[in-house]
Design a protein around this ligand. Structure first.
Ligand code: NAP
Length: 311
């Protein structure tokens, strides 16, 4: 038997993991939070968050995360840099391999999130939060009266483009092919919208404006003709999919065809004592407030489980 067994370990320090940390810490379970590859999660790379209740003037994403972290620390949550290399959920307590050490835990809350896919261009990476975004709901408002581009050809791209027409004067939908993964109904809606203009068979080669620290335009290339063009837009929204950070649980938990953890009653996985919350199990809503909500549910399930198992 290992010497120290944690009542609960939380994987991930985004909105969902931190909410779970606040709840489990207040229940005196002394949670250990592994901060993961992207400490603070997706909120830590957003700017102003205007739709999280309780902040009438909005709040900067990194500040919101910092506030949650302080709140969890105040009740005794412990934070550690690092991420999970592998987990053995077949044994009790669960064995969590962090590379340099193995931690044992009676319960596990997986809040490892999903990472937006990016094109991977250096200019794109340099301008994230300065006109480049992967979240229309979060950042669309800042593009009132401007022309912008959405990249992608799936349902997310259609949904984001349609949403962005509320603010932007024109939305260019840039897609690398002329066939779309989007459902017919979503595609038809986008095609019919007077503000949306499709630019197909086209890829983005460079985001312009790195020096100025704001998006000034896109250098694009038509993949059929090779012709390059400049598109004068003030923003670029990526909607080329998300990758749930759940690969390390393949074979131990049920994952759907895109790798999201399948849950029942919101947060229950197929292994008792293991709960999944936030974007690693939610492909539909993906909002800070819904991630916080399921983080809370996972924490309450942990309390219930430990109580039922004599802790
Ligand atoms: P998706 O269906 O996988 O579509 C991703 C799109 O991005 C594809 O068009 C793909 O192009 C493109 N893409 C991927 N990598 C790229 C790259 N490096 N450069 C340029 N383009 C790239 O992802 P999604 O739209 O996020 O949807 C995910 C799932 O959620 C789907 O099942 C979808 O139906 C669902 N969803 C549903 C709704 C709704 O019903 N309201 C809303 C959002 C999402 P290719 O086609 O060429 O591969």
């Amino acid at each position: 038997m290992p010497e120290t067994i944690r009542d609960t370990v939380i994987l991930g320090s985004g909105c969902s993991g931190l909410t779970a940390a606040i709840y489990t810490a207040r229940a005196n379970l002394k949670p250990l939070v592994l901060e993961g590859h992207e400490p603070g999660g997706q909120l830590s790379i957003t700017t102003l968050v205007e739709n999280f209740p309780g902040f009438p003037e909005g709040i900067q994403g990194p500040q919101l995360i910092e506030n949650m972290k302080q709140q969890a620390s105040r009740f005794g949550a412990e934070f550690r840099m690092g991420h999970l290399v592998s987990a053995d959920l077949s044994k009790r307590p669960f064995a969590l391999d962090l590379g340099a050490e193995t931690i044992h835990a009676r319960t596990l809350i997986i809040a490892s999130g999903a990472s937006a896919r990016w094109l991977g261009l250096p200019s794109e990476q340099a301008l994230i939060g300065h006109g480049v975004s992967s979240c229309a709901t979060c950042d669309g408002f800042f593009f009132s009266g401007k022309e912008i581009a959405v990249i992608g050809g799936g349902d997310s791209a259609m949904e984001e483009a349609l949403f962005l027409t509320r603010f932007a004067t024109r939305v260019f939908m840039i897609h690398r092919r002329d066939q779309f993964r989007a459902s017919r109904i979503m595609l038809d809606r986008a095609i019919a919208h007077p503000k949306i203009q499709f630019v197909t068979n086209t890829v983005v080669e460079e985001v312009l404006g790195v020096e100025e620290k704001e998006v000034k335009g896109l250098r694009t290339r038509n993949v059929l003709t090779g012709e390059e063009s400049i598109l004068h837009v003030s923003g670029m929204f990526l909607a080329i999919g998300h990758e749930p950070n759940a690969k390390m649980f393949a074979g131990q938990l049920d994952l759907d065809e895109d790798g999201y953890i399948k849950t029942q009653n919101y947060v229950l996985t197929r292994v008792q004592g293991v709960y999944a919350c936030g974007d690693v199990q939610d492909r539909r809503y993906r909002q800070a407030i819904t991630a916080a909500g399921t983080g809370c549910m996972a924490a309450l399930e942990v309390e219930k489980y430990l109580e039922e198992h004599g802790r």
